[in-house]
Design a protein around this ligand. Sequence first.
Ligand code: FES
Length: 484
Amino acid sequence: MARRISLSRAARLVGVKRGTLQQKIRAGELTTFEGEIVLSDLLHAYPNAQIEDSSMLERVEQIIEQATFINPDKIARKPDNVALTARIMSLGERLAQQQRLIDRYQRLTRQLEAQIDQLAGDPGALDRLKKWLEEATAGITEDGDIIDQSFVNETFLRVMSAQATVIPSGHEFFVEGAESVLEAGLRGGLALNYGCSNGNCGLCKIRVVSGEVRKMKHHDYVLTEAEKGLGYVLGCCNTAISDVVLEADEAQSTSDIPLQKIPIRIRKIENPDQQVLIVSTRTPRTSRLRFLAGQRATLAIDKVGSGFYPIASCPCDDMNLQFHIALDQRDPVAGYLAQSAKVNDMLNLEGPVGSFVLDENSPYPLVFIAEGIGFASIKGLIEHAMALDVAEKMVLFWISGDRDNHYLNNLCRAWNDALDNFEYVPLEMCATGNLQDAIMARLQPDDPANFDYYVCAGNELLAAMEQFVESREIPKNQLHCEAI
Ligand code: FES
């Protein structure tokens, strides 16, 4: 039987985003069978994958690098010996099954040849049949060489990471090294339910439907015998040692996320231009912020005051939170952070709040429009969409007073260069008609009605986008707005 692999694994194997493969499937250049791709079809579509994958260690390093794009804790991602051994054992069994299958086919082929030899007296059709069989067998061997190599490559990736599929959502993510299922799920952009991240609260309980997990650290929370019997484990204390299917609670909306009060520590304050501060902070390890990308939080400083700011980072890294704060003289928190605050000072965070979040159930590609510091919320949404890796295409329009005011221009350019499904369009402050023309020009030849629009801007631009959506008969629920 032709070897099939999931869309997520196929994307990793040939080094592209899932969205790129989805585009090929839509264009009829690749076909799927029950959501999976035949390995040989993938190799025909990406013949260079063979060359790229000649050094699998490099590829694994690349995957680890990508995984640590958000969380720099690299050492934790390397599989420990026990997890590695368990994965190799599981793969060994699978390889043994495949080998048994191959042996049976070879035996069958020999039997067929013997049958044909017995009928050798008839020089007609049977001779031709024998010749055909010889050629077909040789063909199988040649094809086999190609597929075997990719099989080896894919098997190697499988040892280094396990694929997790969550039901009922169908979300997928990879568990790298010895990281916990919870860490991996959050890094993959899922809004999993959890609390302490440390084995105390039991909120991260998940049910293992198939596959194997292994407990990686002690937990104080006690699962009942009935729960254990049903396959429940704690996501924050277990890693996956084979591909797994998990039943888990995921936040469906902002109302599923509780309001939290957390003391956070300042790690860095940057001043990319005269108008904005970028404040990087860190939560305690056992009290991380559960939030959805695009939400906001209140930051308070004793004896100074408080302010309400967008969280400009992805929930996939719930310990390292970033805020972009406009240097407004009327804002005491901004003034204090710019002039007096130091690294390691504490801030009091309360949040999250807000409903400007990704509609994960929408099948459409994404258009992001940010005006000035509206980029803060949009950045969180983009990083979340990247972590989820489900959008076929993303286009960012960032409108600013002048070109120097795209205060994270290099980051946007890096996304543009590194991701084949991401396009960055910096714009100087323009008439709304020009913005609409720019959008139409970039989306062509696609129908603008087949996109979701996320806009964080001033009231004038928001009104223009409402007009744009109405004039092109785009359903209103595809426009998501947040005022700055
Ligand atoms: S998050 Fe609290 S026990 Fe796992």
